[in-house]
Design a protein around this ligand. Structure first.
Ligand SMILES: [Zn+2]
Ligand SMILES: [Zn+2]
Length: 257
């Protein structure tokens, strides 16, 4: 089995218009979409949850035509105030793959333009605390885009190292919960955080972390499998020989080119 993109959105996410078909035509292996589930979303001022019934039905129909190549996924956007509702929504639904993310803090999304002018010394520790809370609270498979909360800051690894004690605590919790560490292509190449990933992967490995996924975080075909060859070679250089994939919530390690 070939490694497949494990962070991808369609129109079942509030911020994407993409359809399944272009992805299915662009790649011969599995397609899993990880649709946004962001309650109390300050971007839209509403709860954004994928329509599970319609999502499942669409996938069931496509699976008949495309040889069972489509898997179900969700990207859980954690916010402490909505913890109970998040868990209740997930309780009666099944997914192949669950990503765990923090996108907002109840007041703003970390990608809102004005965040770029805020003080990283305030934002980063608060964001990392939210991630620690998310990892402790929500069962999932993959710890997604660890850098989302500081994508807009022009950080170097030296800047990030200031927060290393908190990162160590967080990554240790990620390892303890057996979450895979996601290498997010959009972060690395569109937000120019490749050096931060290089640093974070080393830190995660130094603590004993071995599970990795690569996800494009594509919201359109143009970003599907973005720079995967480069990220494959980055992980090979770090001694990684297999990537984690998830079906029915179970991990399956696969080699990659
Ligand atoms: Zn995300
Ligand atoms: Zn995403």
């Amino acid at each position: 089995m070939n490694y497949y993109d494990q962070h991808l959105h369609t129109h079942f996410s509030y911020d994407s218009d993409a359809d399944f078909l272009p992805y299915l035509e662009a790649f011969a292996g599995y397609i899993v979409t990880t649709e946004h589930f962001d309650l109390a979303n300050p971007v839209t001022k509403q709860d954004d949850a994928p329509d599970y019934q319609a999502y499942t039905q669409t996938i069931d129909e496509l699976n008949k035509k495309y040889g069972n190549r489509i898997l179900k996924g969700i990207e859980i956007g954690y916010i402490a105030s909505e913890k109970e509702r998040i868990l209740a929504y997930l309780a009666d639904k099944t997914y192949d793959l669950k990503l765990l993310s923090v996108h907002h803090n109840g007041q703003f999304d970390y990608l809102d333009d004005f965040v770029a002018d805020m003080d990283p010394n305030d934002i980063i520790p608060a964001y990392l605390s939210q991630l620690e809370d998310a990892v402790a609270t929500i069962p999932a498979n993959v710890f997604a885009h660890f850098d989302y909360g500081f994508r807009l800051f022009d950080l170097t690894p030296v800047d990030l190292k200031k927060f290393e004690p908190q990162l160590i605590r967080l990554f240790q919790a990620v390892i303890d919960k057996q979450l895979a560490f996601e290498v997010n292509a959009k972060s690395a190449y569109l937000y120019h955080n490749l050096a931060l990933y290089d640093y974070a992967i080393d830190l995660y490995q130094s603590l004993g972390g071995t599970l990795f996924t690569i996800g494009s975080d594509g919201h359109q075909l143009e970003h599907f499998r973005l720079h995967f060859d480069d990220l494959f070679s980055l992980l090979h250089k770090k001694g990684v020989t297999e990537l984690a994939t998830y079906q029915n919530g179970h991990v399956k390690m696969v080699p990659f080119p």
